[in-house]
Design a protein around this ligand. Structure first.
Ligand SMILES: [Zn+2]
Ligand SMILES: [Zn+2]
Length: 449
């Protein structure tokens, strides 16, 4: 790990650095100045050190990873992405899981986990499931392969910048890894009730998830944008070591370049064209409104049944907590802990943490910026894991189909819970962590906000 410099500037290294191969400090005028970045978490302007493969530069103030340099980013990325595409195709085309009770049962494909929900009156939850586990991963892989193949052929143009922006925006919504955990939970839940037949698509999906995670980690955004559009010189007069906002500048969230902004704090990135803001517009209002909506959705998500199970003629609704209790009674304590953590601890912890961060953003006298930055990163990372319970419902509804002997249909809490998870994820994305590092105004310093 290398900490980015805040007070020096000199040539970036050659080798696998994002500088052109022939661009030493003497060859290219702009490269005499070290590349500058505004930390997306704390807004500090820093000078990137020269990086070799497997090295990374962290923000010296908040610890955010600014750049992570990879070895052979095109070749490794393409190898992972093409392998992931093959495994995903196998996972979609072959039989996924078979379910059998006394000779009556059914075999599903992967996409039936979504289509069964639509059939039982939950088209929105079905769309969320299919987007998270198949459609968005497929779009991301296709975009990645097209983009990196064109880079390999040195044939890049404006459509590739669109693809690179799309990869950044799609990435956080890919939930293949969360679905894998949901699969393990679901199979544990029903393994005692019926005979399960694990099909080839199941193993293909497990392999797909592992390779997909590697492909996402292989994406070197800093290097990618350099290859697509070079590195325009930093705005003149910019000083490392102070907040970008105080210099009427801001860092681009897509490609990292520092850009000047107008009097209202807005502008467009000179390299990737995305909109840039010194602070996310109405960040606290939007975060708090979405947080309130998530809290309201959490009430029906927990009080209404998430599934209705018909078994040997009798029908029974089950809430999320009821499901956890069922696992405990059956002795599946690790699964009970996973579901309790994903469905209760993570959502409530996330909402409390976001409310706390909003308070800290408004009250500089109370805040601890470094603790806030760490809390924000944790909230941003764990939020999507709450989708486990929605995926468990999707798998059970599709799979547990044995005519009158046994069936499971989704309950009204499924939609409320999925909406709560997505709303709270957007709430966390709308929160601008740079607010935690702002220099307090004179009114704030004297305690009047
Ligand atoms: Zn920082
Ligand atoms: Zn940009």
């Amino acid at each position: 790990m290398l900490e980015a410099m805040t007070n020096q500037s000199h040539d970036a290294a050659a080798g696998n650095s994002p500088l052109p191969r022939n661009a030493t400090g003497r060859a290219a005028g702009w490269s005499r100045r070290r590349r500058l970045r505004a930390c997306p978490d704390c807004d500090l302007v820093v000078a990137l050190p020269p990086l070799r493969p497997h090295e990374r530069a962290d923000c010296p103030r908040c610890g955010h990873v600014l750049v992570r340099r990879h070895r052979l980013p095109v070749q490794r990325g393409l190898a992972y992405a093409v392998t992931a595409l093959i495994f995903l195709a196998m996972a979609v085309l072959f039989p996924f899981i078979g379910f059998d009770v006394r000779g009556i049962g059914n075999t599903i494909t992967l996409t039936e986990t979504g289509s069964a929900l639509a059939r039982y009156g939950e088209p929105l939850v079905a769309a969320a499931v299919l987007l998270g586990i198949v459609i968005l991963p497929l779009a991301w892989i296709a975009g990645f392969i097209i983009l990196h193949t064109r880079i390999l052929r040195a044939a890049v143009g404006p459509p590739d910048e669109f693809l690179a922006r799309a990869l950044s925006h799609i990435g956080p919504w890919i939930m293949a890894d969360v679905f894998l955990v949901a699969l393990l939970v679901s199979l544990t839940k029903i393994s005692g009730m019926a005979t399960l037949d694990i099909g080839p698509a199941f193993w293909a999906y497990c392999a797909f998830v592992l390779v997909m995670v590697k492909a996402q980690l292989a994406l070197d955004t800093d290097w990618l944008w350099f290859r697509l559009a070079g590195e325009p010189p930093a705005p003149p007069g910019i000083r490392p070591g102070t907040n970008a906002r105080e210099q009427d500048m801001t860092g681009c969230h897509v490609c990292g370049l520092i850009n000047p902004v107008d009097a209202s704090g807005r502008g467009h990135c000179a390299r990737c064209g995305d909109r840039v803001h010194t602070r996310a517009p109405r960040s606290l209002q939007n975060t708090l409104a979405l947080l309130l909506l998530a809290i309201l959705l959490y009430i029906p998500a927990n009080t209404l049944p998430i599934t209705h199970t018909t078994r040997f003629g009798g029908e029974q609704g089950s809430t999320i907590i009821g499901g956890v209790v069922g696992f405990v009674q059956a002795g599946d304590i690790p699964i009970a802990i996973v579901i309790f953590a994903a469905s209760v601890l993570v959502p409530i912890g996330k909402m409390l943490a976001l409310a706390w961060l909003c308070l800290w953003a408004r009250r500089p006298d109370l805040r601890d910026p470094l603790a806030g930055a760490r809390m924000y990163r944790l909230v941003d990372f764990i939020g999507r894991w709450s989708m486990v319970d929605v995926f468990v419902v999707a798998i059970l509804v599709a799979l547990v189909r044995a005519e009158s002997l046994m069936s499971i249909v989704p309950g009204p809490a499924a939609l409320a819970f999925a909406a709560m998870v997505i709303t709270s994820m957007i709430a966390a994305m709308r929160f601008d962590p740079r607010l935690l590092w702002e220099t307090p105004s004179p009114a704030q310093r004297s305690g009047h906000d």
